[in-house]
Write a protein that binds this ligand. Structure first.
Ligand code: SF4
Length: 398
């Protein structure tokens, strides 16, 4: 008979590497769009022709190249972002997914997402994407009001978006869509009615963003010239944010991140890799990767312009710059990403990166203002704190 002491022996504590607490994903950037939306500052380009076979070969080769740095891992998500990835031929998507499958083990419940425009021509490709392995789409619906879609420079109309959503629900396991609020001329009541209509569409994941003016966009230039009238004030924007939280929570779609709402279990696993500060490989123009190797946490950035990236990838490496992130930078990035989440951050993990961040005194000061809350292992921003998250983060850095 085994002695009692041997059967209850304390096992050594398993200390996971930091990245393992966040998961492991692959981001694929497709840089092309049919038109440039006036509010968009993403790395997206309008071209008349795309050589799909050439792009498929280059993206797949890049997947194989980056995989040599982190072999033997289990991949939890792939995300095709852009740009407009629904301009990819299904065969292009399949070639990239197949390359990833050759390089890593897919987790049993791997999430493979693709951002799509809700147009009929793109919805016709949904079946092909599903056959390639995509199991989740994120539709750029942006508004359920025809005049506002025009103002936002979108090429689809409301009926087309609703029809594309219906097709997506039939074809994919999971469907999300994006809406932009705090638009020109929008009142609080307008937004509430539109949001409730969107909830009636039985979506299980939403990304709800406030319209922001980014330097370098057409909206920014128009605003500088005084030509962008009727944008909600900062106070009205804050009221819209509060209303969004209330209405979505009452419908069982609470925010799990500042701008993202989901039914329990329907959260975007890929975005959680970013916010939980896991490791992700990135391929395609301008894509940013973060991953851990024996020499440290690598920060990679690919060539931004599509032509330069394609030429570099075909020469054998699409990466333009690489740094090894010092611990302080990792701590700052983890704080910025993690406090966006309702669940907040793992304090011991942060302090393994650097003890200078989120000290007891800093947390106490912010708690007294009602902006953060904490227990022995976690720190999170309160709803009030999330409204002023940048200021909260500033107070938690040395
Ligand atoms: S479709 Fe998306 S990525 Fe393309 S220009 Fe519009 S907002 Fe930007």
């Amino acid at each position: 008979m085994r002695s009692r002491s041997s059967s209850t022996a304390v096992l050594p504590e398993v200390v996971l590497e930091n990245w393992q607490q966040g998961g492991f994903g692959l981001y694929v950037h497709w840089p092309f769009c049919e038109a440039k939306c006036p509010y968009c500052d993403f790395n997206s380009h309008v071209v008349s022709q795309i050589d799909q076979a050439r792009w498929a070969n280059a993206l797949a080769a890049e997947v194989r190249r980056v995989a040599t740095e982190v072999p033997g891992r289990v991949l939890t998500s792939i995300f095709f972002g852009g740009g407009t990835p629904s301009l990819m031929a299904p065969e292009t998507v399949a070639q990239v997914i197949d390359a990833a499958r050759d390089c890593w083990t897919f987790s049993n419940n791997i999430e493979i997402s693709l951002e799509a425009n809700p147009r009929s021509v793109e919805a016709a490709r949904f079946e092909g994407y599903a056959r390639a392995g995509v199991n989740r789409v994120s539709l750029g619906v942006q508004s359920l009001r025809a005049p506002d879609l025009k103002k936002l420079g979108r090429l689809h109309d409301v009926n087309e978006a609703r029809a594309a959503f219906g097709i997506a629900r039939e074809v994919f396991d999971r469907v999300s869509f994006d809406l932009i609020y705090a638009r020109q001329g929008q009142s609080l009541r307008d937004w509430e009615v539109e949001l409730r209509e969107a909830l009636d569409m039985a979506v299980d994941h939403f990304s709800l963003y406030q319209l922001t003016l980014e330097p370098g966009t057409a909206f920014w230039d128009r605003a500088e010239r005084g030509g962008l009238r009727g944008l909600p004030s900062e106070d009205l924007g804050a009221d819209m944010y509060d209303l969004t939280q209330e209405v979505c929570a009452a419908a069982g779609m609470s925010a799990y991140e500042v701008s993202n709402h989901a039914r329990p279990g329907a959260e975007s696993r890929h975005n959680l890799v970013y916010w939980r500060y896991g490791d992700w490989m990135a391929v395609g123009p301008g894509a940013h990767g973060r991953f851990t190797t024996p020499s440290g946490r690598q920060e990679t950035v690919a060539h931004r312009m599509p032509g330069a990236w394609l030429a570099a990838a075909e020469r054998g490496n699409g990466e333009e710059t690489r740094l090894i992130a010092p611990p302080d930078e990792q701590a700052a990035e983890y704080l910025i990403m993690g406090l966006r989440l309702n669940e907040g951050i793992d304090l011991p993990r942060l302090h393994r990166m650097s003890n200078d961040f989120a000290t007891g005194d800093q947390i106490k000061g912010l708690s007294e203002m009602g902006l953060v809350a904490s227990d022995t292992s976690r720190l999170w921003a309160t709803p009030r704190g999330r409204l002023v998250l940048n200021s909260v983060i500033e107070k938690l850095v040395p």
